[in-house]
Design a protein around this ligand. Structure first.
Ligand code: NIG
Ligand code: FE
Length: 428
């Protein structure tokens, strides 16, 4: 709807009476190296929202003088902050995979389960048998759970369909989730999540599946504009580096920006490939090589770390985050919400793992979950900061110190979250 007149002053909402305001304000790009250590924590500062935008960040009294008719949201001496950006999830899936959790506990590795036709294949069989409405209905509460932890922007990948029709179906469900709001949803096509079993069992199957992705799926995704990004699971035993390069080149020709599941369990040179191809992000990286670290540090590619995945897999291993930051990488963190390796719907718990497992400071963890998560989605100028002109993606947490979010692990501290100027969570 077009407004004939500019919005009136009394359409403004003020977030005031915060004990701490974590603005994360700074340049509208990924923060790297030492820049990650400053989340710009202030006191006495509030935020004014009009429509879907932040229109001012200033002292409470200055905001009240400037917007005398505004509605006020009392932050109750809590922490006022940007909403989190969960830049890596697989939120659209059917059933849980409890059986694999136990199987891994007996010592069967993740990739061995996949070789036996379980893992991703189990979720593929399951998704194909479900209706779009069922998939949609299962995803909605997962998004609500993320919002309840203060997430206001979420990336969602396809990748459990693995036929052209089932991948498109998944991406249309993601589009529907985006359209209902209020969470900001970014879609990624992960048709290259695996070689589906029906192709794996044919002698020419691998090549045929790669052709299907490049020649059928990516063009169809482009026609309907269903995905901003394409992603590939580049891992020894899944897709090789040359195969991944070919897929990413094709996806780019069809207008998608690039992401990569890179060096998750073994170093296969995927991080170097991501940097070389100018991918927006390279994700996982628990097995990254020193060459991979150097390549990412010298590139604009955001290194997205998923510490919950390594914890849940029980590998006892994590990405070398400190060395990466010291080399000048830009680190983001995300949940990797998925039924196989990270059934996690709490973003604050990722902050805990970022500090306790990746050895980030609390401020670095906050930057990784806001500004750098936004950069990992190409949204560094849009969200992830409390700054005039940014989208009104805001959360209020019931605590007096921003370090409480990583510290009180498993606690539900988020009281209010707004995405694009609309409430997406209010605690009871
Ligand atoms: O990010 N590594 C590949 N993809 C997912 C897991 C998928 C699954 O097991 O269902 C991940 O860990
Ligand atoms: Fe993933």
């Amino acid at each position: 709807m077009n407004h004939p007149h500019p919005m009136r002053e009394d359409d403004v909402t003020l977030f005031v009476n915060a004990r701490q305001t974590v603005t994360c304000a700074g340049p509208a790009r990924a923060r790297r190296g030492a820049e990650m250590g400053d989340a710009d924590v202030r006191s006495g500062v509030g935020v004014a929202v009009q429509g879907d935008r932040i229109v001012a960040v200033a002292a409470d009294e200055a905001l009240r003088r400037r917007f005398p008719n505004a509605t006020e949201i009392d932050c109750g001496q809590g922490v006022l902050a940007p909403g989190f950006v969960d830049s890596h999830t697989h939120t659209v899936f059917g059933r849980a995979r409890y059986e694999e959790h136990e199987l891994r506990a007996t010592g069967v590795p993740y990739l061995e389960i996949a070789r036996r036709g379980g893992g991703i294949h189990a979720s593929v069989r399951d998704l194909r048998a479900r209706s779009d409405d069922d998939l949609f209905a299962r995803a909605v509460p997962r998004l609500q759970a993320l919002a309840a932890g203060g997430v206001t922007t979420v990336e969602i990948k396809s990748g459990y369909g693995l036929t052209v029709q089932d991948e498109l179906r998944t991406l249309r469900v993601i589009a529907r989730l985006a359209s209902i709001g209020p969470l900001n949803v970014v879609a990624t096509c992960l048709g290259a999540h695996e070689v589906p079993l029906e192709y794996r069992d044919r002698p020419d199957g691998r090549a045929a599946w790669l052709d299907c992705l490049s020649d059928e799926l990516y063009p169809a995704v482009a026609v309907e504009q269903l995905a901003r990004f394409a992603d590939v699971f580049c891992e020894p035993g899944v897709f090789t580096v040359p195969e991944t390069r070919r897929l990413l080149e094709s996806a780019r020709r069809h207008g998608m920006a690039l992401k990569l599941h890179a060096d998750e369990l073994h170093d296969g040179g995927a991080a170097v490939l991501a940097a070389d191809m100018g991918a927006t992000s390279a994700d996982h990286l628990a097995a990254i090589s020193p060459e991979g670290v150097a390549a990412l540090a010298a590139s604009s590619t955001v290194a997205t770390l998923l510490p919950a995945t390594m914890l849940f897999l029980g590998t006892g291993r994590q990405a070398p985050a400190r060395a990466m930051i010291e080399s000048g990488c830009a680190i983001a963190v995300a949940t990797d919400l998925n039924p196989g390796t990270s059934p996690l719907q709490s973003f604050p718990l990722v902050l805990t793992l970022a500090v306790s497992q990746l050895r980030l400071s609390a401020a670095e963890a906050w930057i990784a979950g806001t500004v750098n998560g936004a950069a990992a989605l190409g949204l560094a100028g849009v969200t992830g900061q409390l700054r005039e002109g940014f989208r009104a993606d805001i959360a209020v947490h019931a605590t007096d110190d921003f370090r409480a979010l990583p510290y009180w692990f498993g606690e539900r501290l988020c009281q209010v979250a707004w995405a694009g100027g609309r409430a997406c969570h209010t605690s009871a």
